[in-house]
Design a protein around this ligand. Structure first.
Ligand SMILES: CC(=O)SCCNC(=O)CCNC(=O)[C@H](O)C(C)(C)COP(=O)(O)OP(=O)(O)OC[C@H]1O[C@@H](n2cnc3c(N)ncnc32)[C@H](O)[C@@H]1OP(=O)(O)O
Ligand SMILES: CC(=O)C(=O)O
Length: 491
């Protein structure tokens, strides 16, 4: 069993440009606790008043996880951590020549002395101490052994080896952690960075070498190129090495998305385990294999990590993929219709188009000659904007489906006239269609104030996404009509 020390809220929050409010930190901490991490490094208490408020909020929840604060080898940092009622401190001491000489401006002896004093101080105040060597992978190994063993004599509970600038290789990592775990009297943890894209491999090698705990972040976020990614390390350990952790893997995707949303850091589609393409398949040969047996092209099931399988139609699709999609959607086609739909998919694919489920429905309707009646029509739109007025829009929509027919009227404010108009649509449709605007882009086609503007909106309803374009001279109408078109496609 390997213990997971999650540093999403400390090293992860050190991602340049990221800063969370106390409530946002709490929301992530609650998710991490549900996920089953053993330790949550909630922040560095010394950093700011807001940071301390966040850590206090987290420690007040009585979570299952141990709550930890980063501290330098300084009593003042430990005092701030104590004020936040944490269970433990991640007590960090630079150990490489470069860090000691240039950053701390201290000798090895002085560094060791301050580290041990700080350890003693933290222990006297009842804290669990994880004594951590910063830039350990560019440090003298005998110095690391001396620091950790002397720290252990003073009560340090765990030792941590930081690959601060990500220079380990899997081979070196195995050897280093083997040597340290054979010569240090307390459990050792690995904290790896991803500067050369090897953080996951280095962490796994550290564990194989004897590390009993690892520092990870959700989505691999963190300083520079980030830290070892929690979802990658955990799934590799469970699946490829048969080493267990306390992580409830089926919560990985959901946790990834909460962190992404609150940190405003999108997850790359090809991100292992939690990326939207991690279980997406387009190539015909792959989909044919998957339909016959999912293990042909999936090393683990998407459900195991709370992700989902997506079959994408496009240029590389084969007929097995189209048949599979039609079966899922409960649509039957004659052979002739099937061939026509398939040809259209290939043609659109050649034009570089990705064919969403909604596009597929539109293609099928076209091929079958069926006209789809729009459920929501824009009847009236009024927008008022100026220098002495908060932009405001009122809207009247005609809504009609099989069971309901009504007019929806709403008014809303916005930061500008477009925002006000879209807010009014959203308000009018709340409860009718819960749709989120994921992206809005505008560009001018030609110059001059009378130029055409092209608006592109991306809307999501559950797992379905549409992208719609509208071009005309009036930016407000272009925006509203693009949104209305998208909504009609989604409902
Ligand atoms: C690899 C890592 O991720 S390390 C963690 C990085 N995290 C952070 O930096 C947390 C956010 N930081 C902050 O809010 C601020 O830097 C503070 C509050 C910690 C310190 O702010 P300041 O007092 O203004 O110091 P400043 O940031 O300019 O410099 C850091 C000081 O800490 C010292 N220091 C750095 N690491 C350590 C350490 N582990 N133990 C003791 N002292 C340290 C530096 O030598 C420097 O001291 P100096 O001013 O005497 O030269
Ligand atoms: C302590 C830490 O975050 C590092 O050395 O990378």
């Amino acid at each position: 069993m390997v213990r997971i020390f999650d540093t999403t809220l400390r090293d992860g929050e050190q991602t340049p440009g990221v800063s969370l409010t106390p409530n946002e930190k709490l929301e992530i901490a609650l998710k991490l606790d549900e996920l089953g991490v053993d330790i949550i490094e909630a922040g560095s208490a010394i950093t700011s008043k807001g940071e301390r408020e966040a850590i206090k909020l987290i420690t007040s929840q009585n979570l299952n996880a141990e709550i930890c604060s980063f501290v330098r080898a300084l009593p003042v940092d430990i005092d701030y951590a104590l004020e936040c009622n944490v269970d433990s401190v991640h007590l960090v001491v630079p150990t490489s020549e470069i860090h000691m000489k240039y950053k701390l401006r201290k000798t090895k002896e002085e560094t060791l002395e301050s580290a041990l004093k700080a350890t003693e101080y933290a222990k006297e105040h009842g804290l669990i101490v994880e004594l951590s060597a910063e830039d350990a992978t560019r440090s003298d190994v005998s110095f690391l052994i001396e620091l950790f063993n002397k720290g252990a004599e003073l009560g340090a509970d765990r030792a941590c080896v930081c690959d601060t600038v990500g220079v380990l290789t899997p081979e070196r990592s195995f050897e280093l952690f083997k040597t340290l775990s054979e010569n240090v009297s307390i459990p050792i943890s690995a904290h790896c960075h991803n500067d050369f894209g090897m953080a996951t491999a280095n962490t796994i090698s550290a564990i194989r070498g004897g590390a009993q705990e690892c520092h990870l972040t959700v989505n691999g976020i963190g300083e520079r190129a980030g830290n070892s990614s929690l979802e990658e390390v955990v799934m590799a350990l469970h699946t490829l090495y048969n080493i267990k952790t306390n992580i409830k893997t089926e919560k990985l995707y959901e946790t990834s998305r909460v962190v992404s949303r609150l940190m405003k850091l999108p997850v790359p589609p090809n991100k292992a385990i939690v990326g939207d393409n991690a279980f997406a398949h387009e190539a015909g040969i792959h989909v044919d294999g998957l339909v016959k047996n999912t293990q042909t092209y999936e090393p683990i099931s998407p459900e195991a990590v709370g992700n989902r399988r997506r079959i994408i139609l496009g240029k590389h699709s084969g007929k097995a993929a189209l048949k599979y999609k039609l079966k899922l959607m409960g649509i039957s086609l004659t052979n002739e219709e099937f061939e026509k739909v398939y040809d259209k998919i290939k043609n659109l694919g050649d034009l570089g188009k990705y064919i969403s489920d909604i596009d597929l429905k539109t293609i099928i309707n076209e091929v079958k000659g069926e006209i789809i009646k729009k459920k929501i029509l824009l009847d009236e739109l009024t927008v008022v904007s100026g220098n002495k007025i908060t932009p405001v829009a009122s809207i009247r929509l005609d809504f009609a489906d099989e069971c309901r027919k009504e007019q929806l009227i709403e008014t809303a404010f916005g930061v500008g006239p477009v925002d006000a108009a879209i807010n009014a649509i959203r308000k009018a449709l709340s409860g009718v269609a819960d749709i989120t605007l994921e992206d809005y882009r505008v560009k001018s086609i030609g110059g001059g104030t009378d130029a055409l503007v092209e608006v592109v909106v991306k809307l999501r309803r559950g797992h379905e996404v549409v992208e719609v374009k509208n071009s005309q001279g009036d930016i407000i109408r272009a925006s509203v009509e693009a949104v209305m078109e998208g909504i009609n496609l989604l409902i």
